[in-house]
Design a protein around this ligand. Sequence first.
Ligand SMILES: Cc1cc2nc3c(=O)[nH]c(=O)nc-3n(C[C@H](O)[C@H](O)[C@H](O)COP(=O)(O)OP(=O)(O)OC[C@H]3O[C@@H](n4cnc5c(N)ncnc54)[C@H](O)[C@@H]3O)c2cc1C
Length: 384
Amino acid sequence: MSEGRAEEIVIVGGGLAGASAASILAGAGRPALLIERDAEPRHKVCGEFLSIEAQTYLAHLGIDLDALGASRISHLRLIQGRSMTKVRLPFVARGLSRRILDEALLQQAHSRGARIIRGQAVKSISVDPSKVRIDVASSGQISAATAFLATGKHDVRGMKRVYAGAMDDLIGFKMHYHLAEEQQQALEGAVEVILFSGGYAGLQMVEQYVANLCLVVSRQCFEQVSRSWDTLLDRIIGGCPYIAERLQGARALFERPLSIFQIPYGFVHAPDPNEPQGLFRLGDQVGVIPSFTGEGMSIALHSGCLAASTFLAHGRVSSIYHGWIRSDIHRSIRLASILNRAVRHAAGQRAVFHLCRIWPAAMRHVTTLTRVQEASMSRALSAS
Ligand SMILES: Cc1cc2nc3c(=O)[nH]c(=O)nc-3n(C[C@H](O)[C@H](O)[C@H](O)COP(=O)(O)OP(=O)(O)OC[C@H]3O[C@@H](n4cnc5c(N)ncnc54)[C@H](O)[C@@H]3O)c2cc1C
């Protein structure tokens, strides 16, 4: 088979993980080529809650959240049925649509010198000791000395993730709404986490006038409502007056909700000591944290920055990076998975709700434990 064209560095996927790596590599003067499947910016299933760690990485990458119109979130309201408890967050979080955020990061990588091919999907990848072969639909094969795999939830042939121990029966939905004015005011400054039978939802403002409702339900719960979004929403609204009030008079901004099936929450890539060097796994391709903690984007950004800075310091020895990233995210993902399993059942939901009500500091403590730690961030930020 022909070797096709040769590149030094190829990044596959232009979400937060891929674009952050491309930005750092190009900023350091390295010839980075990024291949993104989507031709245009698009919405993605995500709660769009940006933790303080995600904000730190974005600022480091030159992204101005104020200029992009991000909302500010200072407290969390935990809601179960007719009851609500409020906790101040240990930081001011931000909310921003992924369609805006991912595009800003991709443009930033481009302005720093990364070459970007859009609208072409990578079909398969294979790695041998000296190079990575990347098969791109419609433009043939590229041979790269080093590749960064950042395709998010989408597995690429030849590089499938091994999901041992991860959850596989969860479905995520996202809908943007234009809320009635008094409901916008009531939601301002808060993320509302709603626990309901079969799952949980997050509601927050993302930009002026736009609220994001993002939910995760079990497959069983979705089957009970005959796989119908409208029935699912009616059931949630029926059991929770808070959300019924928020959505009263709201206008849905998409024709249909976005959805994602079989989210592998709990997955952490286990490096194989015999695997060839030269392929770095980033973002959801290296670990998937349950969305309850709002930490997936900071892990994606952390992995992108850490992989790029490890490459700049140690070359294509990807095993160094895979060892570090696993130790950085493993504990957070394990703890978040335990929490996620607990809130899937009524008894667990009641326990979490009452714990937060009587001991709000516990919630703050858990949010701190599931975050990327400062020492890990320093390592990722030092070389870039
Ligand atoms: C229901 C839900 C709610 C969430 N809520 C939050 C939250 O509130 N806060 C938070 O921090 N995190 C949240 N997350 C997690 C967060 O969305 C992800 O962790 C994050 O998007 C991962 O970034 P990524 O760059 O790895 O992947 P992505 O953002 O998915 O980017 C992958 C990119 O690769 C491209 N691509 C895919 N296949 C190919 C291919 N074959 N060739 C070329 N390009 C390809 C895609 O088009 C995409 O642009 C949530 C996740 C879910 C499921």
